[in-house]
Design a protein around this ligand. Sequence first.
Ligand SMILES: *Cc1c(COP(=O)(O)O)cnc(C)c1O
Length: 546
Amino acid sequence: MKYFSTRGGDERLSFEETVLTGLAPNGGLYIPEHIPSLPQNWKSDWKDYSFVDLSVAVLSLYISPDEVSQAELRQLVEKSYKTFRHPDVTPLKKLDDKTFVLELFHGPTFAFKDVALQLLGNLFEFFLLRRNAGKAEGEEPERLTVVGATSGDTGSAAIYGLRNKANISIFILHPKGRVSPIQEAQMTTVTDANVHNVAVKGTFDDCQDILKSLFADREFNATHRLAAVNSINWARIVAQTVYYFLSYFHLQSQLPAGTSVDDIEIQYVVPTGNFGDILAGYYAKRMGLPMSKLVVATNENDILARFWKSGKYEKVDSTVTGDDGSSGPTAPVDGSSDGKQGTASSGVRETLSPAMDVMVSSNFERLLWYLAFENASGTQPEKEAEAGKFLDGWMSGMKANGRVELPIAVLESARKDFLAERISDEETLATIQAYFGGNVPYIADPHTAVALAASRIVAKDNSSNTHQIVLSTAHPAKFSEAVSRALEGYQQFNFDRDVLPEEFRGLLEKEKRVIDVERPDVELVKAVIERVVGHQAGKIKAAGSI
Ligand SMILES: *Cc1c(COP(=O)(O)O)cnc(C)c1O
């Protein structure tokens, strides 16, 4: 299987090159040259598979065996999901006869990004070790310097994915004192030698700007081989397709006797920011996993919900503000481990579900490519070339004007597979309350609550045999402010007893390691990276030596 850029060109990359490259040189995202279909007897062959078994089965459809053998893939996957606390890795919980929650937060940092980042870290390490094994004594080993910025919510997943990995250093910038204490502690209590938390005196936007300058500095970038682990990395998407398959089988085992999953309609509802989680569902659907529709649930940063209503893809809602949409610069797609791509001044709203506070959804570009392809004409290569050209034009339009109006045929194609809803902070809080007070009391984090709220809205138009699987992306303790605010009035609610996991107790008192940077100045951050990485660099040693 080879990969090419959504913005066209003749470049064809292996899986390894795709994963190590991240963003294509022409600004596009890599997609597989075709979407594989499922083996003939997948329903019976896979029905008792564990998460690990399913990962091997699904991933090997996207990775040529001469790149990563089945045995190697199994080892990588086993290592990646050993860190999860639940035996199912991503368990499916029943809320009522028609509503199920797919919990994706049982990994080391209690959020869904662990599912992909645990695997990505191991893939990086595997590829680097293999490249270095072929080098002679005294040669420079290949190394990666992963850099990211976080406002707190997702930096820890990247750190836990890359901690203690050979030949990789990771630097995560956060705004000093502006990250919640638990989130700060989740990052800074990881004291592995290759993990470097950088506390920048400044704002999250300052951190984003520093990151942008680092990646734009060709010389520095080449010297240190900078890499990003953000949600456009193909490995993250493909890792996430696995739980859609698992939930299909687990749904079957929770349906009343005599009911088959193939006699009902399955609708997936996904809290969406950068469109990575739900895009994985789209690939699963295209591969042949039965589902009716995927529901995009956004918070007040609703660019996607507006697209599905109007066909306009625009940063600022022109129908409300009359704004011309060109609302300031956006940070680069690469580099960030958080979704945020704009600055507060450019219109990102701060909401109670911060991991979904994005201006534009980077992975949406991949879906747009498929929609453009469907509406192109000619032979397969002609259609591919046309889709690449469309995407290049649309994305330049987006960059220049902050908006692009897509052909009506594209909107119609998008509506075949997706519905979309926008949920306000008020509705988010009310939903946390409603599910806490429900028949099966469930404490949802604010991101999950956005999806639950959307599931209720779309359910009104569902057929009577539609079952919903709502993806739950974070443990409620991770977003304690919103959860406590919603539930503080309930006498029977006790945060420490009902929400706080064992792993978070005492976290604030643990040993921390952090590098302070006194000014938001890229040169200071460069000096930190140079000092630390220079110190760790070494030459390939003779075989047998340590
Ligand atoms: C990243 C994140 C999301 C959004 O996922 P995308 O793939 O960016 O759409 C939702 N919830 C939580 C808790 C997240 O961390």
